[in-house]
Design a protein around this ligand. Structure first.
Ligand code: OXD
Ligand code: MN
Length: 621
């Protein structure tokens, strides 16, 4: 019997047992129980399973996937407790054009998001959900984002018919009991419904309903399209909550830098993709620094939730419990810490698999195997003309695997952030590092963050792309309202905001060679930031911000010349004129709601550049 698109469950009632089980939980949220029942009536699973998060449960779910071929076990000696998975060949990346913000008002989504009417979209996706779990298990996964007991932590519940998603969510978040315990009858939670569906790319939808705190995803089983805790909840929905409640949900890594005197400096950093955010989070300082007592530890690699503490400072927690990273390019040479993190308990998706049941990808240290099975399962050998691992192949691994994970990573109070670092990939214009004059100027620097595109099917490599605060694809509301929120945060009575920095490891010389060695040497830049936030560190005031004096980057041991340092830190007025014009054009796309302060900052920068230009011309004469 069908009533208004809602199909009643088959008998025996798959919900009865599940309902009894959840009623035996320490805390029951009635809204949650009712909502799960409504979803089950619509999707009609054979079984409803409430995830508890135990080892045994995880083993059972993985066992199931080993049997049906969703997972393959990797060699137990080479990769203990690790699995290999392939997604459907039509379902290999996150899909911006299928990702929607369904706010009540189109104006709240802004020009950088795809907006769709919430009633229309709910109806469209519900039709996809109708009976979509027949004969299958519907998993109910309560998950906690943030350290248990933290006032910053939030609960989400994802309902999914994908055991692969459950296995990944279990790594990426704290699932089961720990999440339910944080829920009372009064606590709200973010709802997510996901179904693998038919995997039809034409019918793939990832929809966010900020007012209802609801996420609907269908016809995908890949990455952040399907693991709704990550970009969908912890960034898109959380950014809306953060604006409403006066905090920041940011696409930032979090690190703790300990100096030889034992003082810890906490920093957060936002970088568009392919700019080395994870490498910076897992930075291994040069041997001399390690010997001197410097240490860099990771707290988060992707997302930071920052709330004001009683002292007016911003305290950050990492809402996640695992790392979900792009694999190609990962190597011992670039990021030995990440490679150690991946040694066990990992799920690799869409990389290549070797005869020894090991994994391989482009950019891994050493030689390519003579042959292997590529990410589609076909035989691959070097020189065959296609990559063995998909460029967006991923690993999922628990944060606790990371040898440099800070003990503070699960501190319920979070860590006080002293510096926010923005960074892009720029072959010209941007010096190695500069410091904002103040919070408003820092907000402007973040709002105009740009990076050059890397590998791109459209052949637009090198093209500049604006990615404000690295949040362009992840902000759940109008970008200009988001900038206003940043400005308002800085104006809060008693607020002591972090200092803001911009870094660029990718500046090139005339011969198209990188000027900066990067990787471990980036420690020199972090050390300068530590000095600055501690009230030390030499800097020159320039048109764009405060720039280190070369000697304060302790470069002498490299034997670098004055000319080299000039290139690395130079503010070239001809390049900055173009930059200011580009920024003006970009900001104008948000004109209706654009905070005047950002335009003022752009104009003030233009004037400072003009003055610097004039001064340099007089100096020449
Ligand atoms: C990610 C991303 O997957 O930013 O973390 O794209
Ligand atoms: Mn990210």
């Amino acid at each position: 019997m069908r009533t208004s698109g809602v199909v009643l469950p088959p008998t025996p009632d798959p919900l009865a047992e599940a309902r009894d089980a959840v009623m035996r939980q320490p805390v029951v949220n009635r809204e949650l129980v009712q909502w799960v029942e409504t979803v089950a009536r619509l999707t009609q699973p054979a079984i409803v399973h409430w995830c508890t998060g135990t080892e045994e449960e995880a083993e059972r779910i993985c066992e199931l996937m080993l049997r049906d071929g969703t997972l393959q076990k990797l060699d137990a000696l080479l990769h203990p407790d690790s699995y290999y998975a392939r997604s459907n060949v039509d379902d290999v990346s996150t899909v911006q054009d299928r990702t929607f913000i369904c706010s009540l008002s189109e104006d709240d989504a802004g020009p950088s998001n795809n907006w769709m009417d919430p009633v229309f979209m709910r109806d469209l996706v519900s039709r996809q959900y109708n009976g979509c779990m027949q004969g299958r298990v519907m998993y109910v996964v309560p998950y906690l984002l943030g350290p248990p007991g933290s006032p910053a932590a939030r609960v989400g519940v994802q309902v999914t018919d994908s055991p692969y998603v459950v296995a990944n969510l279990r790594i990426m978040t704290r699932i089961g009991r720990v999440a339910l315990e944080q829920l009372s009858d009064q606590t709200g939670f973010v709802k997510g419904i996901h179904s693998v569906g038919t995997l039809d790319p034409e019918q793939r939808f990832i929809c966010h309903f900020p007012e209802e705190e609801l996420i609907l995803s269908v016809n995908t089983n890949y990455g952040s399209n399907a693991l709704l805790s990550k970009k969908c909840h912890a960034l898109r929905i959380a950014s809306v909550q953060a604006r409403r409640e006066g905090w920041l949900a940011e696409h930032m890594m979090i690190v703790c830098v300990t100096s030889p005197d034992g003082v810890r400096t906490f920093m957060a950093g936002a970088f568009p993709s392919s700019c080395g955010k994870t490498n910076l989070a897992m930075l291994l300082p040069p041997d001399a620094d390690l010997e001197a007592g410097w240490k860099v530890e990771v707290i988060g690699d992707d997302i930071a939730w920052m709330h004001f503490g009683e002292d007016g400072r911003l305290y950050a927690v990492n809402p996640e419990a695992g790392f979900f990273g792009v694999v190609p390019g990962t190597s011992r040479e670039c990021n030995p810490t990440e490679m150690k993190t991946l040694e066990s308990n990992a799920i690799f998706t869409n990389v290549a698999m070797t005869e020894e049941r090991s994994v391989w990808w482009e950019g891994l240290d050493g030689d390519a195997p003579e042959f292997c099975a590529d990410w589609t399962g076909q035989r691959w050998s070097p020189g065959c003309g296609r990559p063995a691992a998909h460029p967006d192949s991923r690993f999922t691994v628990p944060a606790t695997n990371c040898p440099t994970l800070s003990a503070e990573w699960s501190n319920p109070s979070g860590v006080p952030i002293s510096a926010i670092i923005f960074g892009g990939r720029r072959s010209t214009t941007m010096p190695l590092i500069y410091e904002a004059f103040n919070w408003q100027h820092g907000t402007y620097i973040g709002a105009t963050l740009t990076s050059e595109k890397v590998a791109d099917v459209a052949g637009t490599v090198g093209q500049l792309r604006f990615d404000p605060m690295a949040m362009l694809p992840f902000c759940g509301y109008h970008m200009a309202d988001y900038w206003q929120h940043w400005l308002d945060m800085g104006r809060r009575v008693g607020a002591t905001m972090p200092r803001v920095y911009h870094v660029n490891w990718f500046r090139k010389d005339w011969g198209d060679r990188f000027l900066w060695p990067g990787f471990r040497e980036n420690m020199r830049v972090l050390k300068w930031i530590v000095d600055r936030v501690r009230g030390r560190g030499d800097a020159d005031k320039t048109a764009i911000g405060m720039i280190p004096r070369p000697q304060s980057l302790s470069l002498s041991d490299f034997g670098w010349t004055k000319e080299f340092m000039y290139e690395l830190l130079a503010v070239k007025t001809d390049e900055w004129y173009k930059e200011v014009d580009r920024r003006e054009e970009f900001l104008s796309r948000f004109s209706a709601k654009l905070p005047q302060e950002l335009l003022d900052e752009n104009e003030a920068l233009r004037k400072r550049i003009q003055n610097a230009h004039l001064r340099s011309r007089y100096a020449e004469h």
